[in-house]
Every structure is written in structure tokens, then in C-alpha cells.
Design a protein around this ligand. Structure first.
Ligand SMILES: [Zn+2]
Length: 241
């Protein structure tokens, strides 16, 4: 086996083990981020609704004051009605009373609407709070999972990273660059054995002359079609004899 090919096979195996570890972490970091965002969003929504409730309460107080003032005024006009002597005075007072009545009705409508709106908002806030608690629980579990997974894989990961660093230094830059490119482009398979006279990656047939060269381990070959490094398993068998 060509020395560099051997190193590339080891590198590929280390890379695949590291990939498995990262897959174990999977969506957890993203899940934690999303849940945190969801909580913030819902808290913001509750804050906004609470502010509207306070605004509605101010509106209710203002309209209650209007109602009470209008009632006082109306009573005063009604008492004055007994004292009028002319039609003109009578009409003027009746107009004032009508105006007060309208004012009271408008204010009462506004109070009712604000009260209904506040009831709805309070229900909404309560439901959202329950929802937030649920998401918080999910977040707690996701964080725990993430922490545990990181902890359980940390040592193994460090060991693999160290081995990878060592072997990477031994491989000529030229081949390392091809390896990296093909590894990423070909889903973690950059070094393949020849199988049934064809590339173990893409099944492209390897001409006999090239196969002999590969077997003789003099040169490094890549597949013409997929660019993967090729090696002969026969060469490995020979090594083990
Ligand atoms: Zn190929």
C-alpha cells in the first residue's frame, strides 16, 4: 500500500468517526436556539398585551369620569327644567340633557368595549404563560441532552482530533487538498478500493494498466470520473500475509 494512500484511509476513517459524533449532537444546538427564541417572542407578546390592558384601564377611568360628570350635569339640567319660564329656555335645557345622554351612552360603549378587550387579553396572556412554561420545560430538557451528549463525546472527540492532526501533518498538501474537496463533495467517501475492476465509489471501470500500477503501489491514482483516491484491496491482503 502506498504510504500516502494508507494515511488517507486512516484520515477518512477519523473524519467519519468525528462526523458520527457531530451527528449525535444533531439538531440539539439548533433546537435550543429555536426554543429560546420562541420564549422571548411569547414574552414580548405578553408584554405588549399587558401594556394594552393598562391603556384600556386608563380609557375606562377617563370614560367613567365623563359618565359621572355628564350625570351630574344632566341632574342639574333636569332640576332646572322645573324652573324654566320660556320655551326657549326649555328647548335649550332639553338640548343639554340630550347631549349629556349621548355623552353617557358613548362613554358607556367605550367602557364596555375596553372591558371586553381586557378580558380577552387576560385570557390570552394566561394561555401564553402556560405555553411559555411548556417551552421552558422543553428547553430545559434539550439543554440537558445537549450537555450530556457533549460531555459523553468530549474525550473521544479530543482523541480523534489529536490523531487527525498528527496524520494530517504527514500527508503531502497536494493530496490533502484533493482529499478535503472530494470528501466534502462525495459525502465522506474520498478513498475507495477497486471492486470488480471498477471504482468502489462510482463503479467506473478502471483500465487494466492502471489497476496494475495501483497494485504495484508506485503512484497515487484517482478515479477519472469521481476523483476519489483508488487503492487495491489485494494490496492490503498482501500486507497482512
Ligand atoms: Zn469513481
Amino acid at each position: 500500500m502506498h504510504k500516502t494512500i494508507n494515511q488517507l484511509i486512516k484520515l477518512q476513517s477519523l473524519d467519519n468517526e468525528l462526523k458520527t459524533i457531530n451527528d449525535k449532537l444533531g439538531d440539539l444546538p439548533e433546537t435550543v436556539k429555536t426554543l429560546k427564541y420562541q420564549i422571548e417572542e411569547k414574552q414580548e407578546e405578553n408584554k405588549k398585551n399587558s401594556k394594552t390592558i393598562v391603556e384600556n384601564q386608563a380609557l375606562i377611568r377617563k370614560n367613567e369620569a365623563t359618565t359621572s360628570d355628564a350625570n351630574v350635569a344632566m341632574k342639574k339640567y333636569q332640576e332646572q327644567l322645573y324652573l324654566v319660564t320660556t320655551n326657549r329656555e326649555y328647548d335649550a335645557l332639553t338640548a343639554e340633557i340630550d347631549f349629556s345622554k349621548k355623552e353617557i351612552l358613548t362613554a358607556e360603549d367605550a367602557i364596555l368595549m375596553a372591558e371586553e378587550n381586557n378580558e380577552e387579553l387576560k385570557e390570552k396572556i394566561k394561555a401564553t404563560e402556560i405555553n411559555i412554561e411548556k417551552i421552558k420545560e422543553e428547553l430545559k430538557n434539550a439543554k440537558k441532552d445537549l450537555k450530556q451528549t457533549i460531555k459523553s463525546t468530549e474525550t473521544e472527540k479530543e482523541k480523534l482530533e489529536a490523531e487527525k492532526e498528527k496524520i494530517t501533518k504527514l500527508i503531502p498538501k497536494k493530496y490533502l487538498n484533493i482529499y478535503k474537496r472530494v470528501y466534502n463533495a462525495r459525502n465522506g467517501l474520498a478513498v475507495v478500493p477497486i471492486k470488480r475492476n471498477a471504482c468502489g465509489g462510482c463503479n467506473n471501470r478502471i483500465i487494466p494498466q492502471k489497476r496494475v500500477e495501483i497494485y504495484k503501489e508506485n503512484k497515487i491514482f484517482v478515479c477519472d470520473v469521481c476523483n476519489r483516491f483508488l487503492y487495491s484491496e489485494k494490496a492490503i491482503d498482501d500486507e497482512h500475509k
